[in-house]
Design a protein around this ligand. Structure first.
Ligand code: ADP
Length: 474
């Protein structure tokens, strides 16, 4: 298994804490390295500064005797608060011919006897020397001219071991603390990640229990403000929508079966009665006529259901073509003219001089208008007038269909657009429609980006208004 796919097999909390610990380890290592470099650099500079100081003190202690020979004068102790020779191994002064003028063993050398190195007159400046016994010395060797006369070479030496020991301790503290800090941070990270992700386990458990039969169940929302809370809320909203759709589907299936059962029951019982008793030809004709009538209703219902299902299934195929609303209204009025005439209802048109145009699917909208107009004619008493009006204000256009029928009670007003909903329960499916016409009209108008609304009061007629976006004059 390659490392990338192995990494993906780990759970999120392990990955989070491991990634966190690795990042911290990298940062701490860089930090420790930088600290170590800076400290060792500063220690080195401090050593060289001390050597330089010792050499300067020694330089001031040299003078030329009246005889012309180079002499050493002990400096007054702690004259300038400097403790001479502290930490030093030794300071020595050689004459130009290489003979030793002065040697002073330093405080550090007490108890650690150190042999001064063999004098090498050619060397100059700072240098480090490794002793055979393993100790390392840092030496400053400076050539000077005393009072413009004799030359001398001053050497100051310091053991680097103590500094090295201190550096080793620092390295140990920095390096040794690092794994502990990283391990502690990793564990703390793991604990935090576990705590933070614990609700996911609960959400997973709860989500597993939600099935099509239990769509009313909801996920626990522990804190609606955090990411997991928002996730659970989003899921809960989705479950609500699913529950709604399932409920609608269930209702639709139940209503459709109910509607289909009624004509089937009628056909069956009429047939049974016809078989049980003997009839004359006219009697049989009437029985067959009733059966055909019911079969027609059955055919019409299945065709309407099919139309609705097809329409809703083909939501994406709505056309967007310019539709002249006045022409659309004229068409629908003509189409339903015969029906209105039969009922003694007059269809009056109230159209603007400049016909407004909207973008939409003409066939679909014509169907919606036909359904609404059909209802207006169907529910109007003989001699009544149905007025179809078109209005537009440039941004929106509306087609309204006003009738002088029985009106719709407030409790039914919103529901008349639901499938299979009939406002008047006494008007059964044999005399009225199936309760699908307005459902189709609502779908058609909404699919064209508009909305359909109704204004009505019992006894005062109804006004159905289809509002569509657009509507500039052509
Ligand atoms: P239906 O085929 O039964 O007419 P619709 O979906 O077209 O079904 O209408 C649903 C119900 O709304 C009708 O059963 C009727 O009670 C009520 N309704 C619709 N249009 C009108 C109207 N113009 N006047 C009074 N009631 C209406």
């Amino acid at each position: 298994m390659n490392p990338a796919s192995w990494w993906r097999t780990l759970n999120i909390r392990t990955r989070l804490s491991a990634g966190y610990a690795a990042t911290l380890a990298g940062l701490l290592a860089v930090y420790a390295g930088a600290v170590f470099l800076i400290v060792s650099e500063r220690f080195g500079a401090e050593v060289d500064r001390r050597l330089d100081q010792e050499v300067e003190i020694a330089e001031r202690s040299l003078f030329v005797a009246p005889s012309g020979s180079l002499e050493w004068r002990s400096p007054a102790a702690s004259a300038d608060e400097h403790e001479p020779m502290a930490n030093m191994l030794w300071v020595d002064v050689h004459r130009a011919d290489g003979s030793l003028l002065h040697l002073q063993l330093g405080g550090f050398a007490r108890g650690n006897p150190v042999e001064p190195l063999t004098f090498a007159p050619d060397r100059s400046g700072f240098f480090s020397v490794a002793q055979p016994n393993g100790t390392r010395l840092r030496i400053l060797q400076r050539h000077i001219v005393v009072d413009g006369g004799p030359k001398a070479v001053i050497r100051a030496a310091l053991a680097e071991d103590q500094i090295r020991r201190e550096m080793a301790i620092i390295l140990l503290v920095l390096g040794g603390g690092l794994p502990f800090s990283v391990a502690a941070a990793g564990l703390a990270g793991y604990w935090l990640a576990r705590r933070a992700l614990a609700p996911i386990d609960r959400i997973t458990e709860e989500a597993r229990a939600i099935t099509a039969d239990r769509l009313d169940a909801r996920l626990p929302v522990l804190n609606a403000q955090d990411e997991l809370g928002r996730l659970a809320t989003t899921f809960n909203d989705m479950f609500s929508r699913l529950e709604n759709s399932f409920e609608q589907l269930r209702r639709f299936t139940a209503d459709a079966s109910h509607e289909l059962r009624t004509p089937l029951t009628v056909i069956r019982s009429v047939g049974e009665v016809g078989l049980r008793e003997s009839h004359d030809e006219a009697g049989y004709r009437e029985i067959v006529g009733t059966m055909l009538e019911e079969a027609d209703r059955l055919a019409l219902l299945t065709a309407t259901l099919l139309e609705l299902t097809r329409a809703e299934g083909g939501r994406g195929q709505i056309k967007r073509e310019p539709i002249n609303l006045c022409a659309l209204v004229g068409d629908a009025a003509e189409f339903l003219g015969v029906l209105a005439e039969e009922k003694g209802v007059v269809i009056a048109l109230d159209l603007p001089a400049l016909p407004p145009t909207v973008l939409g699917d003409g066939t679909v909208l014509r169907q919606a208008l036909a359904n609404v107009l059909d209802n207006a004619v169907k529910y109007s008493p003989a001699g009544a007038t149905v007025t179809v009006a078109v209005q537009a204000d440039g941004e929106r256009a509306a087609i309204s269909v006003a009738d002088q029928g029985p009106g719709i009670a407030p409790e039914h007003r919103e529901r008349v657009f639901d499938r299979f909903y009939r406002a008047d329960p006494s008007r059964n499916s044999r005399t009225g429609g199936f309760g699908l016409g307005l459902a189709i009209a609502r779908w058609a108008v909404e699919a064209n980006g508009g909305c359909i609304e109704v204004e009505s009061a019992p006894g005062k007629g109804s006004v159905f208004r289809m509002v569509l976006p657009g509507g500039g004059a052509t």
